[in-house]
Design a protein around this ligand. Sequence first.
Ligand SMILES: Cc1cc2nc3c(=O)[nH]c(=O)nc-3n(C[C@H](O)[C@H](O)[C@H](O)COP(=O)(O)OP(=O)(O)OC[C@H]3O[C@@H](n4cnc5c(N)ncnc54)[C@H](O)[C@@H]3O)c2cc1C
Length: 292
Amino acid sequence: MRGNAAEHELVAPGSLPAVLDLLASAPGQWMPIAGGTELMVAFAAGRLSANKLVSIWNVEELRFNDTTPNTLIIGAGTTFGDMRSNALIAAEFPLLSKAASWIGSIANQTRATLGGNLVNGSPAADSSPALLVYDAEVEFISVRGKRRMPYSEFHTGYKQNAMTADELLYAIHLPRRFNKHRQYLRKVGTRKAMAISKVALGATALMNDGMIDEIRVAAASLAPFPVRLTLTEAVVAGNSPIPEMIEAARHALLTESQPIDDIRSNAQYRKVVGANLLEEFFHSLSREPEAR
Ligand SMILES: Cc1cc2nc3c(=O)[nH]c(=O)nc-3n(C[C@H](O)[C@H](O)[C@H](O)COP(=O)(O)OP(=O)(O)OC[C@H]3O[C@@H](n4cnc5c(N)ncnc54)[C@H](O)[C@@H]3O)c2cc1C
């Protein structure tokens, strides 16, 4: 059954302080709506439970990117279209650029925000594996001030996160230190474009004389929320990508991943494809790095 607009109230205070005041005045009562590409689908399907919506789409203070010598800071209101056309993201965080190009269609990317992708908390969110392997931090804002935490601690359960009811996701911080890392991201879906992933795997590795010095592996759709695969990382760190290590890493991934069954795929398929992608990444390490 379609949603009924008369049952929903939408306000657009227009500035960040005004939105934060509203959230603080009635915590949990107002749901932020950014690009609306998740929420309007829920509305159309008659399953949008929030009846009070506060628009943050026109809040310029959330749509920015700042650089310091060590960090790139992306405002939560930045769209995937903005990210695709950002030269610094393309040069230093190519996996994020790639993920941005995968989100729905071009029309989607002009509305869909990075903040909405993370807060929505889908296990299949396309930006998540890239942010996890780049060691991103998330920053929240409320009338009480700002606070930060590693993105790897943000998702606490299926569609659950570490934000409080009066907070907004404000920004994502990315350390600018991955230029020498080997980088990998692959999404497997039913088709090449306009598909939510069945499973996606991202990885970064720093190689030192054939050994893997530093490794991060993260996945979408291998757990009820996007995760780092820390057991798999521990098996790999300090080793070279020889067949025995690859087999041990596959085993670790199969052990620690806990995918869900849903309409797109089932848990067993997701595990096996995740292990195959991991193996593909290790094989790529023995080839010359591609020019960026
Ligand atoms: C046709 C179609 C194709 C899609 N394809 C993909 C795809 O390939 N890959 C993919 O990952 N996703 C896909 N999506 C999902 C969606 O586009 C993304 O998740 C998008 O990034 C959501 O951002 P938004 O700004 O539209 O979020 P909204 O719908 O505005 O909000 C989503 C949730 O985030 C909350 N929220 C938003 N911003 C903030 C903030 N700053 N602070 C606190 N809470 C906030 C909202 O309250 C809501 O709970 C698709 C959607 C559609 C309709």
